[in-house]
Design a protein around this ligand. Structure first.
Ligand code: MLT
Ligand code: ZN
Length: 490
């Protein structure tokens, strides 16, 4: 895509931005800017000329107009929780990071429409809490929800633990406001469940990873708050058994399944040994685990009996070898901790390579078996720790470095490992990025996976909306000069 190289911001531009945003809205000191230039995994290290912190859509739009006019690269950043370097600037030091965290108001919750209007910088957790305080539920839950912000969650079309029931972030968006690269505002804050007036433009921004504009506000669909929730951790032999259990819960009542998560024994061992306060509530470790959560908004639904019915049969026929049901809210949260700390435990275990892949649900056992063998052949001693949203066919096929190996030497293999996994995923009719996006980690894969008319159409859309290529350059699209290799950790 032959975009001109973005320019370096002039002193004049920085002084206009200072006038526009005030001292709280512009950071230029190196020590203030640097923390925004590295992703949370410390895999990507960029540089930036400044960080803008607008407090309103009007400020954001005016700042984007100034930067866009000067051909400045703009990198939107929310909670900086990207798994794929999607919010880290390049090394030129010319980019401006636009941080949305001051746009953090929940503007309105409508209990009749079952909607919430929320600004981009509200953390997902704060949005969930606001919905809960209003007696409702925002049904989107991801491990990084305490830091991840709505703008980034939507820009990456996050999935997470409740997709199995409510869909991805995309399915929750009724309306959207976004600032285009020239500073014009796309006003799409509608609350309509039906609206067939041409293209659903809001959906273009969802999953665009900041390459088309900056999401500033959204209207999200809510759900009634569950009156009963039951969770259980089940020991299983493998992913085939996990899917048999999934089938049993679906046969009982698919509408009760709030989450259905898979964890490998190896991944669980890392959590229980490396994360303080995490322990296995079963008598012995198992080859794999399922965390199942049922929920219903119905009063007197006797969810416990429903859970026990399926688990009882599964224990009897051997699908499940052991299980524990949470007896309190504290125990339920402790079970979730075992699942949510997987990424953190892997970070503590050393360097890791992430493959956020999806395949048709029926192919998950094949994926795990074949990808484990392929990676072991590439790097003897590699530690596969697959886990994730098996109910959606979305497995985080993560691999931890062999014990004692130099982390840099392991990470130097990351493209070969990702390619080996991707080849198997392709053979199983899957996707190389299920819910984390492409970011700066995997644009090199795009031509092979979204080639022909698909990538060409995406490029045309990008060029039509962002003709100077200033919005989050480096994300999604492969640069013309060849594969975009991740930088090695410092
Ligand atoms: C999760 O579901 O916890 C994440 O998407 C994490 C990961 O891939 O490490
Ligand atoms: Zn996930």
């Amino acid at each position: 895509m032959p975009f001109p190289a973005p320019n370096a911001p002039s002193a004049d531009l920085l002084s206009r931005l200072a006038d526009l945003l005030g001292p709280a809205g512009l950071l230029t000191d190196r020590s203030d800017v640097t923390p925004f230039c590295t992703d949370w995994r410390a895999l990507y290290h960029g540089r930036a000329a400044a960080v803008l912190r607008p407090a309103t859509t009007a400020e954001l739009a005016a700042a984007v107009a100034l930067c866009g006019r000067d051909g400045i690269a703009m990198v939107p950043q929310g909670g900086n929780t990207s798994m794929v370097g999607g919010a880290t600037p390049d090394a030129s030091g010319h980019a401006i990071i636009i941080c949305l965290s001051r746009m953090n108001r929940v503007r309105r919750i409508d209990p009749v429409d079952l909607t919430m209007e929320v600004e981009a910088g509200v953390t997902l957790k704060a949005a969930q809490d606001a919905a809960r305080d209003a007696g409702l539920m925002l049904p989107l839950s991801i491990s990084s929800e305490g830091s991840a912000q709505i703008g980034g969650v939507l820009a990456t079309n996050a999935g997470g633990n409740n997709t199995v029931r409510y869909g991805n972030a995309r399915e929750l968006v009724l309306g959207l406001e976004a600032v285009l690269p020239d500073g014009e505002v796309f006003h799409g804050l509608r609350r309509l469940r039906k609206d067939n007036t041409g293209y659903a433009l809001r959906q273009l921004f969802v999953g665009s990873e900041g390459t088309l504009g900056i999401i500033s506000t959204a209207i999200l669909q809510l759900q009634p708050q569950p009156r009963a929730v039951e969770a259980a951790l089940c020991a299983v032999a493998d992913a085939t058994a996990a899917l048999a259990l999934f089938a049993a819960f679906r046969a009982q009542d698919p509408a009760l399944i709030q989450a259905f998560e898979y964890m490998s024994g190896a991944g669980m061992d890392l959590v229980t040994t490396l994360v303080p306060g995490a322990s296995l509530p079963l008598s012995e470790p198992a080859p794999a685990y399922v965390l199942v959560e049922l929920a219903t908004p119905r009063a007197n639904a006797d969810l416990r009996t429903a859970l026990e019915e399926v688990l009882g049969a599964a224990l009897e026929d051997g699908t499940v070898s052991d299980a524990v049901i949470a007896e309190s809210e504290g125990q339920r949260l402790a079970l979730w901790k075992l699942r949510e700390e997987h990424a953190e435990a892997q970070r503590r275990a050393g360097a890791s390579v992430k493959n956020d892949v999806s395949v048709p649900v029926s192919h998950v056992p094949d994926l795990i078996a074949r990808a484990s063998a392929a990676c072991a052949a590439l790097v003897p001693g590699i530690r596969p720790a697959p886990f994730g949203h098996i109910g959606d066919g979305n497995i985080h096929f993560n691999l931890v470095q062999p014990e004692g190996m130099d982390p840099a030497a392991f990470l130097a293999m990351d493209h070969r490992i990702m390619d080996a996994v991707a080849e198997i995923v392709r053979d199983l009719d899957g996707s190389f990025s299920a819910e984390h996006g492409v970011g700066r980690l995997k644009p090199y894969m795009m031509p092979g996976w979204r080639g022909g008319a698909e990538l060409a159409t995406m490029r045309r859309i990008k060029a039509a909306i962002d003709p100077r290529g200033v919005m989050n350059p480096g994300a999604i699209f492969p640069p013309d000069d060849g594969p975009d290799k991740p930088s090695t950790p410092a």
